[in-house]
Design a protein around this ligand. Structure first.
Ligand SMILES: [Zn+2]
Ligand SMILES: [Zn+2]
Length: 536
């Protein structure tokens, strides 16, 4: 059983489940932010697989104040900072109705591509405007003293006795981040829009009585979160570990749910971050690894797998820039597939690997065993093959497989070839970029010693006789000849790389030679093997 199935077992007898997550659309979304939605989706699939009626919700907290100056045009900063994200115009000249819609939509658009299909998306600005939040606003204001007491008890945050848990959207300047409420008469609140309430936005100084209902005001985050749980009947809501600290956001909202809205908070499953390049990147700062950018290189099933292969409380380090982490992600995925298909794999796999593989698939109704058994060309091999001029990739892959590809395998190959090309164009290290030295013997063969030359000459001779066809056959022949000639493996590979790539290192040599025209390989190895005779 994997962790998602364990959770499903835990709530098996608790009736229908509502799984929820929500996000503030404050800027470009980092790939790590996909961990939540992917976890939510796997939980929903596990619940459904266990026969539990499940609703998956995803919300956009778009009435939150704009506080990310960097993403505003300079002339917009004074006016827009502190206004609800839903009221800030789209800073990009495309079709979105607001700044919030722009950033939320780009993020949400990656969901369907990842096989995540919430039953419903909700936008908090709409629920406030429709009056759905009014009962919770009234309760929070009626119990303002209790809310202040909870902040003191749970978070050691002491609000003045006049503080009320609501933020009015200033009717004069439209800002929500700059207002405080100091009184409540049962129908209206007294608000002040303070010039220096916060450092990042400037209020206009207006004050007065106003109704807090119907979209005129929003609850502070901890109360809004707890109110969402009541409004939508949420039973399971995992959150990032940063919110799960003692006295932190989740603790506060849990207590508010119990004591103010009198409802048991949802089950939590705190999840760790995805660290990109050793840095925990926030959603609004830094160059980052934007979710939609990574999704262009890593296909959906491998991206789901990246998040699902570890338990949620396990931090993930992912650094695609200039490393082999993308190829290794594919290799690990293939290993889970192989093990699920009952094939022998090297190393140990976490318990529940079949479930993890299944939940990584794009289609929740896919035949897991058939998918696991499908042939997948190793990513690094493919990344090399597509760089060899004139090579017939399908033919090469079929010869490695030993039979024709099925339609499904062909589709997987096409997807993977696109990913490999995208990887070579973006994250791949220099060492992955190859130029086959077709035209002439590379200068670098001058570095070969006599033993390496002997090895190449002998390899040429044996290959012309034995005609190895697959990468494995080539790899075996390379090792055999190296052993016979008393050349250490590393030196033998170096000889091949110098003769064909004009450099001392490269991809798996067997694959490299198998991808090239056999006559060219035999001729070049012979030529490079005889080079000693003409230099000295
Ligand atoms: Zn837009
Ligand atoms: Zn104002």
């Amino acid at each position: 059983m994997d962790w998602a199935d364990e959770l499903a077992q835990q709530v098996r007898d608790a009736g229908p489940q509502v799984v929820n997550d929500s996000k503030t659309p404050s800027g470009t979304v980092h790939v790590g932010s996909l961990r939540g939605p992917v976890i939510l989706d796997a939980i929903s699939r596990a619940l459904r697989a266990n026969g539990i009626e499940t609703t998956l919700l995803y919300g956009v907290d778009d009435l939150d104040p704009m506080d990310a100056q960097a993403l505003l045009t300079p002339d917009a900063v004074d006016y827009e900072m502190g206004r609800p994200l839903a009221h800030v115009p789209d800073q990009v000249d495309d079709i979105h109705a607001s700044y919030a819609r722009h950033h939320a939509q780009i993020f949400i658009d990656t969901f369907a591509g990842l096989g995540i299909h919430p039953d419903r998306y909700y936008w908090m600005s709409e629920h406030y405007a429709a009056g759905d939040m009014d009962p919770y606003i009234r309760t929070a204001l009626d119990k303002a003293a209790l809310v202040r007491d909870i902040y003191t008890r749970v978070a050691n945050v002491r609000h003045p006795d006049t503080w009320h848990p609501i933020s009015v959207i200033c009717p004069n300047c439209g800002k929500v981040g700059t207002t405080i409420v100091t009184d409540w008469d049962g129908e209206r609140v007294f608000y002040e829009c303070r010039p220096s309430l916060v450092a990042w936005a400037r209020g206009c100084g207006q004050s007065g009585w106003i109704s807090p209902f119907g979209g005129n005001a929003k609850l502070p985050w901890n109360l809004e979160w707890a109110a969402q749980w009541s409004l939508f009947g949420v039973t399971i809501e995992p959150n990032g570990k940063d919110l799960a600290t003692a006295g932190g956001s989740r603790d506060r909202s849990d207590t508010i749910a119990r004591e103010v809205f009198e409802r048991e908070p949802p089950l939590n499953l705190p999840y760790e971050f995805l660290n990109v390049g050793g840095r925990k990147m926030s959603t609004s700062k830094g160059r980052g690894a934007a979710a939609h950018t990574i999704a262009e290189v890593v296909p959906p099933e491998q991206l789901r797998f990246l998040f699902l292969r570890y338990r949620p409380n396990h931090a993930i380090d992912f650094d695609p820039e200039g490393t082999d982490q993308v190829p290794r992600l594919f290799d690990d995925f293939d290993k889970f597939a192989a093990a699920t298909a009952g094939r022998e794999v090297r190393g140990e796999l976490a318990p529940g690997y079949e479930a993890t593989f299944g939940y990584s698939l794009l289609d929740p109704d896919a035949n897991r065993d058939a998918e696991a058994a499908a042939y997948r060309a190793p990513f690094a091999h493919l990344a090399m093959l597509i760089q060899v001029p004139g090579v017939d990739v399908v033919e090469r892959v079929e010869s490695e497989k030993g039979s024709a590809l099925t339609d499904r395998e062909r589709a997987l190959l096409d997807e993977r070839a696109v990913a490999a090309r995208a990887w070579l164009d973006t994250y791949a290290p220099e060492s992955a970029l190859l130029t086959i030295q077709h035209d002439a013997l590379p200068a670098s063969v001058a570095e070969l010693d006599a033993a390496q030359q002997r090895f190449l000459a002998r390899l040429s001779e044996r290959a012309s006789r034995e005609e190895p066809a697959s990468g494995d056959a080539w790899q075996t022949l390379i090792f055999t000849v190296a052993t016979e000639e008393g050349v250490p493996g590393r030196r033998a590979f170096e000889a091949i790389y110098r003769a064909f790539l004009d450099r001392p290192n490269g991809p798996r040599a067997g694959w490299l030679l198998a991808s090239l025209d056999p006559a060219f390989v035999v001729g070049r190895a012979r030529e490079a093997g005889g080079f000693a005779g003409t230099v000295a």
